[in-house]
Design a protein. Structure first.
Length: 195
């Protein structure tokens, strides 16, 4: 009796192996959960802002956020180009582009730190009013998620994770990365226009 190809995928050297597409499916489910988390925050933002006597005091978001957004968009472009180089078997170009995307992510986080410093210098703190509270919560939550993406990107760039092919690893990390970029653009517009 001949074994099916899925049974062959399920065993390798006596150890269970997860099919590569399962990682993509898992990332899709995880991104759905992350989206639900942020949409709950956005819903709270909208409700709180609309409450009478909420103490909502708008403030000008730091201008450095414009630059941060461009940096993050450039990182997304670098990651996408790196994947194209990988598919073309241009491994050195892949590594350079992949690392450039990761480094730009670090620059984005540094820029977010600068934005926080600028607000703190103006005495706009987490507890100052609901508007500033949401700013800090949104930027901290998105920054934490992006930091996890940077770690994953560096792992893929320096060492292939076990159980994943390089193609699958880059696909899963780039899905996450592009999602984080899109999420930031949405949050930035919300913070900019929702004050």
């Amino acid at each position: 009796m001949q074994r099916s190809s899925t049974q062959d995928e399920a065993k390798l050297d006596g150890a269970s192996v997860v099919p590569q597409r399962a990682y993509v499916t898992g990332m899709t489910v995880a991104l759905g959960g992350i989206l639900m988390f942020f949409m709950a925050l956005v819903s709270a933002f909208i409700v709180r802002k609309g409450m009478p006597n909420s103490g909502w005091r708008p403030f000008d978001v730091p201008r450095v956020l414009w630059l941060n957004t461009l940096i993050l968009a450039a990182s997304s472009f670098a990651i996408a180009r790196a994947r194209k180089h990988l598919r073309a078997s241009q491994n050195e170009m892949f590594r350079r582009g992949w690392m450039a995307g990761s480094v730009l992510g670090v620059f984005f986080l540094a820029g977010q730190g600068i934005a926080w410093q600028q607000l703190i210098a103006k005495d706009i703190l987490l507890w100052t009013n609901p508007s500033s509270s949401f700013f800090y919560v949104f930027t901290a939550a998105q920054g934490l998620h992006l930091f996890c993406g940077i770690i994953a990107s560096l792992v893929v760039g320096f060492r292939l994770p076990r159980r994943l092919t390089l193609d699958t690893a880059t696909e899963v990390v780039s899905m996450y990365w592009h999602f984080m970029v899109g999420l930031w653009v949405f949050l930035f517009l919300l913070l900019l226009l929702g004050q």
